[in-house]
Design a protein. Structure first.
Length: 157
């Protein structure tokens, strides 16, 4: 008879080549898929939600076959999931693993929630400065100087 760990291993199948985004806080996987535009991906994208996690309580996971994330894409993941790890898989083996790094500045990705911000009234790119206290990422708009939490912002897709 199989033990619980062996049974859990079959819930998400292995990929031959691609990227696994792991340790995503529960509920963030679909936002990451949207921000990375993985809905339009022609390859298989597997999402697992609410897996048990010792550090997070519950976590999400995303597997993208035949695609490695760029550093810019990893930065986008970091804004939504600062605890995430990126695993590059080649020939069913872990080739590279790294933790995402929150960039100091985010351009064009976020829509400022302040309706009075100039970026919402003029044709221009947004710029946000990040502040991380290890539990939550805060974003400060360069133009209106207001600070927002992750839950307050919308992403350009």
């Amino acid at each position: 008879m199989k033990n619980e760990k062996e049974i859990r291993a079959f819930k998400v199948f292995a990929i031959k080549k691609g990227t696994v985004i792991d340790h995503i806080p529960a509920g963030q996987a679909l936002k990451i898929i949207q921000v990375l535009k993985l809905f339009n991906n022609e390859k298989i994208v597997t999402t697992g939600q609410n897996f048990p996690s010792k550090t997070l309580g519950k976590k999400d996971i995303i597997k993208v076959e035949d695609r490695e994330l760029t550093p810019e894409e990893a930065n986008r993941v970091a804004i939504l999931a600062p605890t995430a790890t990126i695993n590059i898989i080649r020939n069913f083996e872990l080739a590279k693993k790294f933790h995402v790094t929150i960039p100091d500045m985010v351009e064009k990705l976020i829509i400022c929630p302040n309706p009075k911000c100039i970026t919402n009234n003029e044709l221009m790119s947004t710029i946000f400065y990040t502040k991380n206290n290890n539990t939550e990422v805060k974003l400060q708009c360069r133009y209106c100087e207001k600070t927002f939490s992750q839950n307050d912002i919308q992403y350009r897709v």
